[in-house]
Design a protein around this ligand. Structure first.
Ligand code: HPA
Ligand code: ZN
Length: 326
């Protein structure tokens, strides 16, 4: 009760959120109908029943199908607006949001359409209640690096909206080393660098994301526990992990939240942060992730304060903007 009241009121940062993963079942069904996209779901309950995933790929199949209903600037405006309204109500004062243009390309949706909608929603939230947002241009690792490089080029007119690049989608068979050229090109253009690693992929992928791609923080990274020397290095070098507890349980990285290794990372001095990943599909937004950790792992206020502070420090904001959040 005390914890719940405190976490709801505490200012929070979210660093690992795929905008398509915030597509609420109600909005999904509405847009499918409006845009004439056939979905095998008749109700919100049907969509929720489809969220019994067996692994990352089983989720990605639904996630990309879901995102295919987005077609017009207004659709993208509502998607971003819905999530930013959650930020306001949950007191997520700063959000770093992954945008994945390659997801919309098969439907013939241009980056101009996507970004016109997203940037209008961000402008409204920033003017409306001072919402702080940074966008991460995220690439799909199941697609060729040449396509990612072309997308990086195509994003140049929207360069000022993106603080960083990221790498998502199926990790198995798509190691960091495949994307060396992408990360070199992005670094040259002044992007900050992050990547998913060590979610379904091994600890070696976390090490390669650091050594081969040169990333500054790791999305997920939980399988780093399989290599104690790597955990020690993450702590020593201050490499943050954007951990997503409810996601890890839904995608069967851990059978139960009680098995989650977040306490081990904290114990080792790693800069762990808590995030929601794809809240519409995984059963809860950021606050619910903290509440679940409290219920299942006994997370208490002092440790939660550390997690919130870690997220400010791990953000891609300027040092002046980070100081204002502290
Ligand atoms: N892992 C990889 N790709 C993703 C995820 C994830 O958890 N969510 C959305 N795309
Ligand atoms: Zn993710």
């Amino acid at each position: 009760e005390d914890f719940e009241r405190w976490i709801r009121g505490a200012p929070k940062c979210e660093l690992h959120l795929h905008i398509d993963g915030s597509l609420q079942p109600r909005r999904l069904l509405e847009l499918a109908k409006k845009n004439g996209v056939a979905l095998p779901y008749a109700s919100e309950a049907d969509v929720e029943a489809a969220c019994a995933f067996t692994d990352l790929q089983s989720f990605l199949d639904l996630y990309y199908h879901g995102a295919s209903v987005l077609r017009t600037e207004e659709d993208f405006y509502h998607l971003m607006g819905d999530y930013l309204a959650v930020c306001r109500s949950e007191r997520i004062v700063h959000a770093e949001i992954m945008v994945e243009p390659q997801t919309y390309a098969p439907q013939g949706v241009s980056l101009d359409t996507v970004m016109a909608g997203f940037s209008a929603a961000i402008d409204d939230a920033s003017r409306g209640w001072g919402q702080s947002v940074a966008l991460i241009l995220s690439f799909l690792r199941h697609l060729p690096v040449a396509e990612a490089l072309a997308q990086l080029e195509a994003a140049e007119p929207w360069r000022e909206h993106f603080v960083a690049i990221g790498l998502a989608s199926a990790e198995r068979d798509h190691p960091p080393a495949d994307f060396v050229r992408l990360y070199a090109a992005a670094r040259e253009r002044g992007y900050r660098l992050t990547a998913h690693a060590g979610e379904e992929g091994p600890a070696a992928f976390v090490r390669d994301a650091l050594d081969v791609l040169g990333v500054e923080r790791i999305d997920h990274g939980v399988r780093a526990v399989e290599d104690p020397a790597l955990v020690e290095r993450l702590a020593r070098e201050g490499i943050p992990l954007t951990v997503c507890p409810l996601s890890n349980v839904r995608l069967r990285v851990f059978d139960r939240l009680a098995d989650h290794t977040l306490p081990q990372f904290l114990e080792a001095g790693v800069a762990v942060t808590v995030n929601s990943d794809d809240p519409a599909y995984f059963g809860g937004y950021l606050t619910e992730n903290f509440l679940a950790l409290h219920r299942e792992l006994g997370l208490a206020i002092p440790t939660a304060r550390r997690l919130l502070a870690n997220a400010i420090d791990a953000s891609f904001l300027s040092s002046a903007a980070r100081a204002r959040l502290r």
